[in-house]
Design a protein around this ligand. Structure first.
Ligand code: AMP
Ligand code: MN
Ligand code: MN
Ligand code: MN
Length: 278
């Protein structure tokens, strides 16, 4: 079975509409797809409808932005969430409100570049005005030829310690997991290999917090992971009895290293999270 449980549409920082995303998944032979936009559920209805037409099993999802420790931004994917749940909806709304303030501060922080109003420019790359994130800023700065590509923009301007980086007051890992569970979803620790600033003790503490909060799965296969990380997080999943998830984290054709449905297979001896989703 071909599974992809982590993807983005233009409702957050992907570029395809929810139905275009489902169509792409269908063309790639995906059997089960989750749409997991950042802090936003508004693309799920359209995607679910398109999935029925294409005969794909669709899992309503979300990727919640949280923080661990002082300033490590952690993403928690929720799978199989009830989109009408008030706890989840109001939590996500709170995050989106904070995003607008932060984006305005990012715009101010980047004003010295002298290319005009950077927040306004970034907004033109976002179809959802409530969800202007660093990816939209990066796309705008590339369009203005400030840097040749997205990765370089992040490296020079948008990561901690760089001039355009503004920390969001994200919610705690505990809150993010509790909202997902309140909405009947399974909480998945997204792309753990991306949290490179965490020491191995910090990673253990993060996993403890995640599990105590009710987190049940970890993304073992992700576009952010090479073979080494797949092995490392398979070991962690087995040791801590976490279910394993697989996701491309597809945003758009130009920027994504792994296309929808092109994820590596899950190593043996793991309990796939989709065994609980069917
Ligand atoms: P934000 O929610 O504003 O912190 O933005 C996070 C988003 O920026 C992620 O979901 C990715 O889509 C993108 N992103 C983060 N780091 C990088 C990077 N190093 N290169 C490219 N895109 C990145
Ligand atoms: Mn993103
Ligand atoms: Mn993420
Ligand atoms: Mn993602």
């Amino acid at each position: 079975m071909k599974v992809d449980l982590h993807t983005h549409s233009c409702v957050s920082d992907g570029t395809l509409s929810p139905s275009e995303l489902v169509e792409r998944a269908a063309n790639h032979g995906v059997d089960m797809l989750a749409l997991t936009d950042h802090d936003e559920l508004s693309g799920l209805k359209e995607a679910a409808r398109a999935a029925v037409q294409k005969g794909i099993r669709f899992i309503p999802g979300v990727e919640v932005s949280a923080v661990f420790g002082m300033d490590e931004s952690i993403h928690i994917v929720g799978l199989g969430v009830d989109t009408g749940n008030k706890v989840l909806r109001s939590g996500l709304e709170k995050i989106r409100q904070g995003r607008a303030l932060r984006a305005a501060r990012m715009g101010k922080a980047l004003a010295w570049l002298g290319i005009g109003d950077v927040y306004e420019g970034a907004k033109r790359f976002a179809r959802n005005p409530e969800l202007v994130n660093r990816a939209h800023f990066a796309r705008y700065l590339v369009s203005k030829k400030v840097m040749p590509d997205i990765g370089t923009v992040f490296q020079h301007y948008l990561v901690p310690g760089k001039p355009g980086y503004v920390e969001h007051e994200w919610v705690s890992v505990n809150e993010a997991v509790s909202w997902i569970r309140a909405a009947g979803g399974i909480a998945v620790l997204a792309h753990p290999g991306r949290y490179r600033r965490l020491s191995s003790d910090d990673m253990s503490a993060l996993l403890d917090t995640f599990i105590i909060s009710g987190g049940e799965a970890i993304e073992v296969v992700s576009s952010a992971h090479g073979q080494e990380e797949i092995s490392r997080f398979s070991g962690i999943a087995r040791r801590l009895n976490l279910m394993a998830s697989v996701g491309s984290d597809f945003h758009c054709e130009r920027e994504s290293r792994v296309d929808i449905g092109h994820c590596a297979p899950l190593p043996p001896g793991l309990e796939p999270v989709w065994s609980r989703l069917t």
